[in-house]
Design a protein around this ligand. Structure first.
Ligand code: C5P
Length: 297
């Protein structure tokens, strides 16, 4: 049988035979997609990572900034912070994306990285009012088509959980800046604590780093209960740690995992194909999600 007939939904969405779209088990994904489409918008929710998932990994041959990066490179931050943060990034980011190390081996390094950055940040006494300027001056950009995707999800009242190991205050400002922070969007991330003058003095709650997204309080909160019945999930991530974001969604569920593979592509391809249903290779757009949503409209 030809692939077109065998996998009708993948075919309808134009996901077959594209080099940058990798699917290990097309039969399973075709079934998952048709179940999600049949369930309609009332049964759907979206869970998305932010840095390099909602936001682009690069633009005009330049790496674009993560929430941390927006601060690390901001002229509003003191030079000692910027120098130190960049040294830490050079040391720890290669560990985050190392294709050989296990998550268990990486985790203590991530905890150490976040701890060091947090101590440094607290020393800076950054002001709440500087965040909007930092975002405006940065090169952060959402993936092409994200605004369109979010506007369609809002129009169909589909809840979107943005779950990020970045900096919540910066992330919220990025979402506001690009006009996608509507009332169907909830952000779970690392948020700053401020003193009465609006200077940053610490962080609220437990650190979320790239590999502990299953341990966050959102899984025990009533978030997933409140949106009960939405057991069809579109999960978007760029790190293997992102797969755990749907941990709190009640069973039985249908989670379509879409992974953006932006860096160390050849070395990580097999792992990504095993863990994500659809792997999008250096795709800086939301085209696949938009096609799926358009098919349901
Ligand atoms: O939104 P997301 O969960 O992807 O945010 C985490 C990202 O922030 C990681 O991909 C990591 O590379 C990046 N990060 C950073 N600087 C730090 C800590 C994390 O750019 N100090």
């Amino acid at each position: 049988m030809s692939e077109t007939k065998e996998f009708p939904t993948l075919n309808k969405l134009g996901l077959l035979d594209k080099k940058h779209i990798q699917i290990l088990d097309p039969g399973h994904v075709d079934h998952l997609l048709s179940t999600i489409i049949a369930g309609g918008f009332n049964k759907m929710q979206v869970i998305a990572d932010h840095d390099r998932t909602l936001s682009r990994a690069h633009y005009n041959n330049e790496k674009t900034e993560t929430c941390h990066g927006i601060m690390d490179n901001s002229p509003l931050m003191p030079p000692y912070y910027r120098e130190e943060a960049s040294k830490l990034l050079n040391k720890y980011y290669p560990i985050e994306v190392d294709p050989i190390m296990t998550e268990e081996e990486k985790t203590p390094h991530m905890v150490e990285w976040y701890g060091k950055i947090h101590t440094l940040l607290i020393k800076c006494g950054m002001s709440r009012t500087s965040i909007a300027t930092m975002v405006k001056q940065s090169n952060v950009r959402l993936r092409d088509g994200t605004e369109d995707l979010f506007s369609k999800l809002k129009s169909k009242s589909v809840p979107v959980l943005v779950f990020s190991a970045g900096m919540g205050d910066i992330l919220e400002e990025v979402l506001r800046h690009f006009n996608v922070y509507d009332d169907n969007v909830k952000v779970v991330s690392n948020f700053f604590e401020y003193d009465e003058q609006g200077n940053m003095i610490g962080f609220k709650g437990e650190i979320i780093h790239v590999f502990n997204k299953n341990e966050n309080a959102v899984h025990e909160s009533d978030y997933f209960k409140k949106i009960g019945g939405r057991n069809n999930v579109i999960l978007l991530g760029d790190s293997l740690g992102d797969i755990k974001m749907a941990h709190g969604v009640p069973q039985p569920n249908n989670v379509l995992k879409i992974g953006f593979l932006n860096d160390k592509i050849e070395e990580r391809m097999e792992m990504y194909k095993k863990n994500f249903d659809i792997v999008l290779v250096d795709d800086q757009t939301m085209e696949v999600c938009n096609r799926l949503i358009d098919l349901m409209m």
